[in-house]
Every structure is written in C-alpha cells, then in structure tokens.
Design a protein around this ligand. Sequence first.
Ligand code: G3I
Length: 323
Amino acid sequence: NTASLKGAATTFSVGTITRSPYVTAGGTHIEILKNEFNNLTSEYEMKMNIMYPSEGNYDFSAGDAIVGFAQANDMNVHGHALIWHNATPSWVENFSGTDAEFEAMVEDYITTTLNHYKGKVRSWDVVNEAFEDGTGHPLRNSVFRQKMGDDYIKKCFQFARNADPDVILFYNDYNMASSPTKRQAMFNLVDELGDLIDGVGAQMHISYNGPSAANIQAVADGTVSRNLKLHFAELDIRANPEEDTSLTSLSSDRANAQKDKFKEVVQIYNAIPLDNKFALTVWGVRDNESWLLDFWGVPEWPLMFDEDYNKKPAYAGFLEGLE
Ligand code: G3I
C-alpha cells in the first residue's frame, strides 16, 4: 500500500530504530512501526555492552524481543553493532588475559552472537566508528586495536563471515558525506577488506543545510563503484544545527528546508542501482525521542513525525524523493 513509506519504496527497505520496551508496549508507536517500516535496527540492545554484560554470560533477551516482533510483522532486522568503542562492556575494556585470549574472546562473542541470530537477523554492522574524527585516520585507539592490532577490523569481519556466510556484513560510520577525508579512509578500509565486506553503512546524521548533495552523492558513488550494498543507516536531519536556544518550535521555513533535505537524500538513495540498494533507515520515529536532544541539549526536530505522531512536511519530502 503506497499510503506508507515502505509501500512507496518498492526497491529498498525503509527502516527505523526501536527498543525492546517499545515492541512489547503496543500503541501508536507500534502501529507506525508496522505500517511505515519493514527494517528495524536495535537502537542499543544489540550492542556488546548489552548482549555480553560479563565474561561467558550472554544476554540476548532484549534483542530477541525485537527480533520476535520483526518476525511477527514481516520485518527485517539489522544488527547494530558487534564492535563499537562506545558500547564495550567494562570487563572487556579491562580484560586481564593475554592478547591471544582477548582475540579468542572476541571470536567467540562474534561467533556466538551470529549463531544465536542466524536466519533471524539479515545484516550486521560488524565494526562501528573505527576512525578518529577529523583526519579519518589513524584508527581510534580502542581496546580492540590495542589487543588485536591494526588489522582487528579484518579479523572481526573474518570471524563474522566464518560464523554465518549468509548474513550481510557492513562497516558503519558517521560524517561519510561531510568529511571527504574520512570518506576516503573508509573506502580504503573497504578495499582492504575485499570480499569480507558486503556493504557500507553511512550513518547520515546531517542537518537541513548540509552536507551538500554532491557530498552525499559521493558516498553513493564510492559504494556503487565497489559494487557494495549501501545502507543510509541512521538518518536524522537537524533543524537547529546552530543550537539556537531561542528556537522553541519548528518554523515552517525550517520544516520545509528539512523536507527538501529528506527529499534530496531519498532521491540520491533511490537512484542507485538495484543491486546496491539495501535500506534507508531513519534514527527514530518521533522528534522528541531523538538521541540528539540529549546530545546537543536543544530541540532539533530531526525526524518525520512530531511528538504527537503527526506526519511532518519531512514525511512528504521522503515520499517526493521516491517519485
Ligand atoms: O533504557 C535505559 C534505562 O532503563 C536506564 O534507566 C537509562 C539510564 O542508564 O539508560 C537507558 O538506556 C539508554 C539507551 O540509549 C536507551 O535510551 C542508555 O543509557 C544509553 O546509553 C543509550 O544511548 C544510545 C547510544 O547510541 C549508546 O548506545 C542511544 O539511544 C542511541 O541513539 C545511540 O545511537 C548511536 C549509534 O549506535 C551509533 N551512531 C551514533 C548514534 C548516536 O549516538
């Protein structure tokens, strides 16, 4: 049915994020998930700090609730994220064993997790945000890099590929459009990974006034030229990037500029070849639930629904991007 985002986007999945309390609560939020979206990313409950809270002790319960809801509603699940410096449990940060024991632990964690979700989770962000900000290189000095070496990313992709040859494996990062340097560093990594990687996750945490269409197109072009899947993985579009504390509501000018940016991003995504299409995922349903509120401390009105679950002009912009 075209009266929805997923109904209109016939050549790629339309995703958003969720958490286990939502999928068990029901109500308007769930109705919107079911009607508008067919690809779910766990906002935080399929990260290492939640799934592997202490050594030898896995807890997949929250992720299982999300996967169960998705299976009941014919939706795909994108696993996010196996390895991320910001979601590493403290026992891993303070690992007391040898480097070889650390690497064996990481292989066991990736293997156990992929086996648990085999046939239920279509794709995984194997590594998230490995590059330092600014230069895009060197790699962040995470505990994984310290204990497994600079080629830890390739090792983690190999562990994942060994565990489940059918799951679609992504590298995921932010500022892929706004930072040509970081974008190039990411594509260099992708080239080093060869056939261990299936797709590029560009988070797309952007603003109504940037990055430019040309820079967003460059992310698509670099991915398509490598014949990889592209996932615009965490799209939200700040309407107050100036962090103007005097703004207390979303003006029609900003709402329309945001609509145009949603349309632009969807047009770029919709234009890539079918073989390179995976999903376009927005990082949330309602403006007032966005991570950006906490991060910037000012309203950003970044999503397609307002706090009363009304469709904003941004929703129309998404649909216009598909025409
Ligand atoms: O739900 C619990 C609640 O029960 C508890 O009382 C509260 C206080 O500890 O925590 C709540 O969980 C929070 C969770 O978000 C849900 O709100 C976690 O503390 C908080 O750390 C978690 O933050 C998430 C963050 O990643 C870290 O995992 C954000 O929701 C999520 O939007 C953010 O997403 C990241 C992507 O994974 C990677 N790209 C950047 C993006 C934004 O930072």
